[in-house]
Design a protein around this ligand. Structure first.
Ligand code: HEC
Ligand code: HEC
Length: 400
């Protein structure tokens, strides 16, 4: 009688006819609670990484100069990352990159000065003095040092402008605006609304900043008037860099004559700095370090700071085949930049500026390249279609 008894013991199992149903019930009971650590799903990590990358790129392109006070889209540089076809540096509707000083000045004026001095430049009776026709901007009280000083440090107390008396306070602009923008806006107010003043350069603003570094107060008119009317700031723009350049400095081999009195190397470098990011800088990078293993550095390269004639010839024609720079062999080619940035490369003065910039930045040091020299080299190789090879560059063909 032991058989039925054993059957009685396993009553549960016998109750159900289907063994798989029993197993399913048992399996369910064991699987329910789980204390495992589940890894983040791969797809989620990828999505997060992509979002971070995108955010980084976005901020990198549209950083607006990271100025907490003034958003300036022109500090951003979308075309450095997405060059427009045909070498155009600005697209319809898109932010223009290659702004003239006056355009930048107008933009800064609208953002910063216009709220007080008004779009008309006429100011507001009794509150904000006029800039249009102001003797301080372009008249009997004008002096470059005075004007830069007023805008750098601000001004307070009684002042007479165009026969009208004011007694307000203008906030200092030194920390809100970088020197290049201050220079641009000052050049703008000197030339807008019928004013006929000359240019104020970035170098002049920097010189004034240095000179008045210790000063923190706004000026009073008496203090401003102590700056003599014939005071000068270093770094005034050359009247015309293109018209008067040393004709003999283009000779090959021997280093060109050092910057002559009529060619202002510092100003040329400055202009070049604005051209570089949207031309050579797209490959050789803003810091000149290139992007190994594809794009070689311009920093510390003999091909950059050596023979000026050869340095001019490189961007005109490009380079084919492998090229050793430092210890690295770059596969090439360097597509002739003239195909991509004709506005810069096909203009003697602009190419000279951008070359002066790369030859005198990041610790590079070389003599000035004048538009005359560029013109000469351009003519010399006019009927050469092919890019250079390493062998040619190392043994650069002498002048015909
Ligand atoms: C918050 C208002 C305000 C802003 C912004 C401002 N100014 Fe002024 N500005 C004044 C006032 C007020 C005076 C007169 C100060 C006084 O009475 O001593 C003045 C005086 C001046 C003067 C000398 C007097 C004259 O009219 O020629 C110049 C030049 C000038 N400002 C230029 C600028 C420029 C350029 C900017 C922009 C970068 C600017 N200001 C932004 C309020 C402002
Ligand atoms: C489209 C990308 C690109 C642009 C734009 C560009 N380069 Fe290059 N550059 C290269 C590459 C790639 C090489 C290496 C060529 C090779 O290996 O044959 C090179 C090589 C050079 C070299 C010789 C190697 C060195 O680093 O010294 C010089 C000089 C140079 N470039 C200057 C310029 C100048 C100046 C401009 C702007 C006018 C410019 N490049 C624009 C890609 C570029």
């Amino acid at each position: 009688m032991s058989q039925p008894n054993e059957g009685q013991d396993r009553l549960d199992y016998q109750e159900t006819a289907d063994i798989t149903e029993v197993h399913a019930a048992i399996a369910r009971e064991h699987a329910e609670p789980s204390a495992d650590v589940t890894p983040i799903p791969t797809w989620l990590s990828i999505v997060c990484a992509a979002a971070l990358c995108w955010a980084g790129i976005y901020v990198g392109i549209f950083h607006g100069g990271f100025n907490p006070k003034v958003y300036n889209e022109y500090e951003s540089n979308p075309t450095a990352f997405f060059p427009l076809p045909g070498g155009a540096t600005s697209g319809p509707g898109g932010p223009a990159v290659e702004l003239t000083a006056l355009q930048l000045g107008e933009k800064v004026y609208k953002e910063v000065c216009q709220a007080c001095h008004q779009p008309t430049g006429l100011g507001q009776a009794g509150q904000f003095p006029a800039l249009a026709g102001s003797e301080w901007v372009d008249g009997s009280e004008y002096n470059e040092k005075r004007l830069v000083a007023i805008v750098l440090k601000g001004m307070k107390g009684p002042v007479t402008v165009k026969g009208a008396a004011y007694n307000g306070a203008m906030p200092p602009q030194e920390n809100a605006l970088k020197p290049n923008k201050l220079a641009a806006v000052l050049t703008y107010v000197r030339q807008a609304w019928g004013n006929k003043g000359g240019e104020i350069t970035e170098a002049q603003v920097i010189a004034a900043k240095k000179e008045f570094a210790d000063r923190s107060d706004q000026w009073t008119v008496e203090e401003i008037k102590k700056i003599p009317l014939d005071a000068k700031l270093e770094g005034a723009g050359a009247p015309s860099t293109q018209a008067k350049t040393e004709p003999k400095s283009g000779d090959t081999g021997k280093p060109a004559a050092p910057a002559t009195g009529s060619f202002d190397l510092a100003a040329s470098i400055q202009r070049g700095a604005t051209l570089y990011p949207t031309s050579c800088g797209t490959c050789h990078m803003p810091n000149g370090m290139g992007l190994p293993p594809v794009n070689p550095p311009l920093v510390g390269s003999e091909l950059v700071t050596g023979d000026a004639r050869r340095t001019i010839a490189i961007p005109l024609k490009g380079i084919n085949g492998p090229l050793k720079v430092g210890a690295t062999v770059f596969p090439g080619p360097m597509v002739p930049p003239a195909l991509m940035f004709p506005a810069v490369i096909n203009d003697d003065a602009k190419l000279a500026d951008v070359l002066n910039y790369v030859r005198n930045t990041w610790g590079n040091k070389a003599d000035a390249i004048t538009p005359e020299q560029v013109k000469k080299v351009r003519a010399e190789f006019a009927d050469r279609p092919a890019p250079w090879t390493e062998a040619e560059l190392l043994n650069f063909p002498p002048t015909k």
